[in-house]
Design a protein around this ligand. Structure first.
Ligand code: NAD
Length: 466
């Protein structure tokens, strides 16, 4: 019937589609003026973004505490400091990145010159998740602005205080005709994509990523998809187990394990399994004692229920933690030893403070285990052998690999950050972000004379001529 619900219901927080259309149209008009192309405009925007973060640090920390229960130190490290580092890196290099690069033409095209010119794409849509609401909206914006584009940012409706603050601050600091924030959920994102963009940059789950790609397809909007998945940690017999345990537990506790590059599960050589489990449980207990907290906040009831369900029916032994509080929505980090590989705990992305530990029969078995599953965003390896590291790098596919640590590849602007296969497509950070949001235009410049007859008729002996 005519009043049948549309496939994606509009919710109270969504932006009406006529407003969405007007917002995008205005950014397109701004882009058409050409003012976003200059180095000066780009620099000013990046500097303004840095001021936005500096001036409003306490408001950002407060919003993150309200949305996610995140401690101030984590808020600085993961949301504020991380963007500032990226801004510094990009500002220092932007001028040289904008220079055309020379390309040598083949002999038959001489005399003449070739070069690659980077041009801004136009209006870029940035769609963010809830887990790092600033870092994963304003972080990609660094590359978008560095490349001279206009932008529309759609923060996650599931981190509402952060979304509201982003919507308030962005127009106050940045060129508001060029950069806009649109609030809402699935319906708003769908309405935005229907406008057509010059690029859509999405961070979120593989399931929603497929919908984003489908929504972008009618306009041939190119997409970068920063997705998730199960990032494994391989621990071999020759690993420094104490250091491994500290680094793994540290990473797992950040943002209550609600991080795309968090260790999802461990693959441990069977001969060191008891030692590794002991090191993990004692490290966890010590960190909990030292920080005075053991129950970690989960973002909302839906995620809490999902994680609580993963703790049931996995068929493994809980070596530590796992206590849930449905009133406070907290979960004590759980170490689950030898769960059933077919359980939901070992099939779904965990995205919370649960850490399964699986025994394997050596490196080949671990590699086989990883290869049999969708390509992860990261693979971590703890081993003292560089040969082992080379083998893991050569025989597995993932967005990135970190040897003897967790997550560090995400914090280096010189490295591309992105997934492969089920964990995403495309990459950003530093120069990689600048390239993602630029079009590489091939330019050939010729003189009019001499004008050799090479290509003109008769061309029957063209093969001999070239
Ligand atoms: P999500 O996919 O549920 O939501 C992401 C965004 O998509 C939000 O802005 C949301 O409003 C929008 N959205 C949701 N449903 C939609 C629909 N049907 N149509 C159009 N838009 C829709 O992800 P999330 O729960 O916010 O974040 C968790 C996921 O993100 C995890 O899988 C995690 O691994 C991944 N992640 C990846 C990275 C990375 O850099 N690769 C970083 C953080 C999180």
């Amino acid at each position: 019937t005519s009043d049948a619900p549309s496939p994606i219901a509009t919710l109270p927080g969504d932006t009406p589609s006529d407003v969405v259309a007007a917002v995008v149209a205005e950014r397109r008009r701004t882009f058409d003026t050409g003012r976003t192309h200059s180095l000066q405009w780009r620099r000013r925007q990046l500097q303004a973004l840095s001021r936005l973060l500096d001036d409003n640090e306490s408001e950002i920390v407060e919003a993150l505490a309200l949305d996610l229960g995140r401690p101030a130190a984590d808020a600085w490290l993961a949301d504020i400091g991380a963007i500032q580092l990226e801004l510094k890196y990009v500002l220092r290099r932007l001028k040289s990145w904008m220079r055309d690069t020379r390309a040598v033409l083949p002999l038959v095209q001489q005399p003449g010159s070739g070069r690659v010119h980077r041009e801004p794409l136009g209006v870029v849509l940035v769609i963010g998740p809830w887990n790092y609401p600033f870092y994963l909206t304003l972080g990609p914006l660094v590359g978008v602005l560095a490349a001279g584009n206009c932008a529309v940012i759609k923060p996650s409706e599931l981190a509402p205080e952060s979304a509201r603050l982003i919507a308030e601050l962005v127009p106050r600091y940045l060129d508001s005709d060029a950069v806009a924030v649109v609030e809402g959920g699935a319906a708003t994102t769908t309405a935005l994509l229907a406008q057509g963009f010059d690029h859509a940059f999405f961070t979120g789950s593989p399931e929603v990523g497929k919908k984003i790609m489908a929504g972008a397809a009618p306009h041939l909007t190119p997409v970068t998809l920063e997705l998730g998945g199960k990032s494994p940690v391989i621990v071999t017999s020759d690993a420094d187990i104490d250091v491994a345990a500290r680094r793994i537990i540290w990473a797992k506790l950040v943002n209550s394990g609600q991080t795309c590059i968090t260790p999802d599960y461990l693959l441990v050589s069977r001969d060191v399994l008891p030692k590794v489990v002991l090191a993990l449980t004692t490290t966890l207990a010590r960190f909990q004692k030292d920080s005075g907290t053991s129950a970690l906040p989960i973002v909302n009831r839906r995620q809490f229920d999902r994680l609580s369900n993963l703790l049931v029916g996995h068929g493994g032994d809980i070596a530590a933690g796992g206590v849930t509080d449905p009133e406070l929505l907290t979960i004590e980090p759980a170490i689950v030893v030898s769960p059933d590989p077919d359980s939901a705990l070992m099939q779904d992305e965990i995205f919370g403070p649960l850490l399964p530990v699986v025994a394997v029969d050596g490196l080949d078995d671990a590699i086989q285990f990883v290869r049999a599953r969708p390509k992860p965003l990261a693979i971590y390896l703890f081993s003292s052998s560089s040969k082992t590291a080379d083998k893991v790098i050569a025989r597995t596919s993932s967005g990135g690999v970190v040897v003897n640590h967790i997550g560090l590849h995400c914090m280096a602007s010189a490295l591309p950050f992105g997934g492969v296969g089920n964990s995403g497509m495309g990459a950003y950070h530093g120069h990689w972000g600048f390239e993602t949001f630029s079009h590489r235009k091939a330019i050939v410049t010729k003189r009019t004379r001499p004008d050799p007859i090479l290509l003109y008729p008769p061309v029957t002996d063209l093969k001999q001529r070239v």
